[in-house]
Design a binder for this molecule. Sequence first.
Ligand code: BGC
Length: 786
Amino acid sequence: MPRNNFLARWTIVIALVLASLQTPQAQTPAPQLGKNSVKEVVAAMTTEEKVKLLVGMGLNLEIPGLPTPAAEDKIPEKVVGAAGRTHPIPRLGIPTLTLSDGPAGVRIDPVRNGDTSKTYYATGFPIATLLASSWDTSVANRIGLAMGREVRDYGIDILLAPAMNIHRNPLGGRNFEYYSEDPLIAGKMAAAFVKGVQANGVGTSIKHFAANNQEFNRTQSNSLVSERALREIYLRGFEIAVKESQPWTVMSSYNLINGTYTSQSKDLLTTLLRDEWGFKGFVMSDWFGGNNAVEQLRAGNDVLMPGVVFQTEAITKALTDGTLSKEQLDKNVERVLNIVLESPAFKNNKYSNQPDLRGNAQIAREAATEGMVLLKNDNNVLPLARRAKIALLGNQSYDLIAGGTGSGNVNKKYVVSLDQGLASTGFTFDDSLKNSYVRFIRDENAKRPKVPFFVLPPPIPEMSVDTARLQQLAAETDIAILTLGRNSGEFADRKVEDDFTLTSAEIVLIDNISQAFHSKAKKVVVVLNVGGPIEVASWRRKVDAVLLAWQPGQEGGNAIADVLSGKVNPSGKLATTFPVTYNDVPSAKTFPGKELAGVTPLISNPLGGKPAEATYEEGIYVGYRYSNTFGVKPAYDFGYGLSYTTFEYGPANLSSTKFQDKVKVSVVVKNNGKVAGKEVVQLYVSAPGVKLKKPSSELRAFAKTRLLKPGEAQTISFTLTPRDLASFDSSSSSWIAEAGTYAVNIASSPSNIKSSTKLELEKDLIVERSRKLLEPTQALRDLEPK
Ligand code: BGC
């Protein structure tokens, strides 16, 4: 072989060997999120990396019985006390996402590593039930904007809020975190809140999706709900929030719906949420929710929180044995990466760790006044006379409950008590009474049993005040104010006795105060510092005024004083019914459900609980839909609330009395009283309800006027769409508006109609077609009117 040939051949061989050594992989740097497309990044990820992204970093807390993070995940948190984190994959430019609770404020630890020289408090905003009672979406939006700024300023990516389950029953332990018994209010409030938060370039997680209406065995409870009740009541709010505000994420709930864990339901998380409603973000599980990680990914529950090692193992095994496809895994990963791309962590945003707590406190105070509801005000006892001397009674007057407990709690710097709020508004008190209360509360608190992390200790009993002292107070002061309080939170529902109803100590106190003060022609005001309805019908006649202050956040005392003093005219209305007795609640018999003997879950949830089920027998007749249709008069109706002024409504004006594509409804509302005020205008529709039975009327639109001066008027306009006339027909899986005569009622509660106009729909309308989803596995017979 000629030498040249020989050399040439070897040169080629060497070149080939070198080329094979320098494979593109070795040469090309790994794709980077943001620089390369999401698809390219996914293609470059190893299976292990993909699984890591989908299974959170574990709970960074040592709680006996709860799984701890994998050893390599025990790394310091960027935000101490955040609820969870996703895994970073630095090789591909994927950062950790930090997730923190809402919904009443950012829940993080205020002190890090015992160093008190710098603190990390967050604003304690009013609870969601109060925000909803404002019936003003701009209030929810302002709170969202402010809370979102704190999320951003603390370097957090996603706020685990808003919470928007329906108040199915007044005993729901987390109702305070939720808005309303009505899905329109819940949906509109949530959408406004999400838009506010997300305007700061941070994300939200609307939760808990769905039909999670109790705490009893919450991780293993099966909600048996008809398709119609699901669509019209329990899913409707989420539908509105998704369509109107595109939250970055959705949190699936703990419970099962009709036999399937929500986090494992493809019907819910893919077909409905994504295919029908157009949700673009990712779904995360509630903490330790569900019992099958592989099914969760398949259903479209992309991220498992807080993330447990056995989930990683199960997913890895399913990928190896082919029971989980690579395509499915890639879909889950892509959805997460699309949101990571939006996150402050990815953008490497600087954060101050110094939110404007002072400015946000002012926002919290104003919002709190907007959602307080004046339930009773005989002879205009409120607003209080200037500089009145007050006998301030009740533990909660000195120990205000700013918000509920559990993950809905906020580590706020302070809570303004009612005595502080009233004092700075210029009122005076009996100091010895205050001293007695302060001492009593301190001593009782010291006696309280130590309870595990997150759990609500039993309430301290109401301090008794003897009749002689009350008589003396009645002689020496101008008026009595008694504050009654209730608290609740995650893990437990409220109970009827001594919680929904008054305790015997409270009853005695009301009786004695009422006698002592009325005998001296002095008045009695009750302030309700509660997270949900309590029984009022048996005692309200003994007092002159009742202000429902809810749990008004850290500025609560100031906000209540603003309303009591008349600085702010109350304009809140109930977004949840106050029944006369607990038995008047349509779900009284089936709430919170029953435990199922002999059923063992596949993997028992580390949060405990037993297999249970709750049958939603009342169907769509929740709250006012029940009381109004079945003639069960509540103590205070949904939509109800007084003002220090009065309003006059003009006739409703419809753009047409024949319904075609839509109808515009307008009405003039005038303040015909003596002080400035805002009025909530409510629009209810009564449908023919021949083929499909309907509630006697349903809220289809609402708005609040601006602050109207005496004599001032404002035109409020609404647009009714076909969906507003429609109901969900399970037999055809579609939203149908039945032909016939509808009534469009402008009202200040379902039963207090100001003007009613007829609207004709000539032909049956199929407004939207869906498909069979979330079907009950057993026949359910929903309550129906005759
Ligand atoms: C709650 C969620 C919360 C999560 C993280 C769960 O126990 O149900 O609402 O976001 O914990 O704290």
